[in-house]
Design a protein around this ligand. Sequence first.
Ligand code: AR6
Ligand code: MG
Length: 312
Amino acid sequence: MKIDLKSKFTGALIGSAVGDALGAPVEGWSMERVRSVYSERKLWKMSYGRYTDDTELMIGVAESLIKNKGFNGADMARTFIQNYDAKRGYGPGSTGALKRIKAGESWKEVSKKLFCGEGSYGNGAAMRIAPVGLFYYDNADVLREIAYKSSLITHSHELGKAGAALQAFAVALAVRGQKESMLSELKNFAQNNVYKEKIRRIETLLDKDATKKEIIAKLGNGMAAFNSVPTAIYSFLRFDRFEDSVIYAISLGGDTDTIGAMTGAISGAYYGDGAIPNEWIEQLEDGEKGKSYIKRLAEELYVAKNYNPNGS
Ligand code: AR6
Ligand code: MG
């Protein structure tokens, strides 16, 4: 069945928000503790329905791409700052960077000063990247360039930026319907050895019925981009339905909201919004920038993409 592009745009953004909101109440839990609360034999209830920093930042990326019909770093940073709500649970690196930009420092320089001048390799740039994957889905070179530039607002470590680019490209391949060839495409795309090795591991782990313990040990379930982006890609590839992938990703424990969000973005981009369980969408918050607004952003991003097909 051919899924239309608009449905894939909506699927990616709503899918990401759904994965985030579903994972949020169990963030930081161990795999065993998640299992003690949620049975994997039935569809999980979304009890809380509120999204976290992952979705708030993703909204900012989409808003800025739409407004500028492409990337504008100063505007994207400003948009993040305008939307910032501390209650959404931002990572310390991202909070620090946005505060300093608000105080007048350059959006291009601030992130390089974090973590003793190393920059952050957290998954904060990857978890918000879905709109970049959508807007540049047909141009891998521009997609990489914009993924790097948009990451730099908060994450300057090579592993933080490369993780965001890999997640963006996985979303792009999902939009193109390339599930079978995703791993070989990602292999060609990845330039960093840490991610090349993780992609090789995904391939090996998909070939056997790997246990969750193995996935956590070999791919990771933490806040570092290299311990979460590959896990989201694996969670998408292992299953054939949106809900199976997202439930699996969160059932691993750890950084559940973010791994859930990234898995939801790839899966939603592949299956389209019609594949996301209604029970989950119904429970998702619908305030000022809730699900109706996110759906509208997906449509506007789709229109902006058609207006600027090269995306440059
Ligand atoms: N050296 C040591 N530790 C690091 C480094 C580094 N160069 N970079 C990152 N860390 P941060 P995020 C560790 O703060 O990526 C939220 O809940 C360090 O412990 O940049 O925006 C989100 O929803 C640092 O605090 O945050 C995500 O789930 C941590 O990685 C998550 O936090 C995260 O990096 C990450 O968000
Ligand atoms: Mg979060």
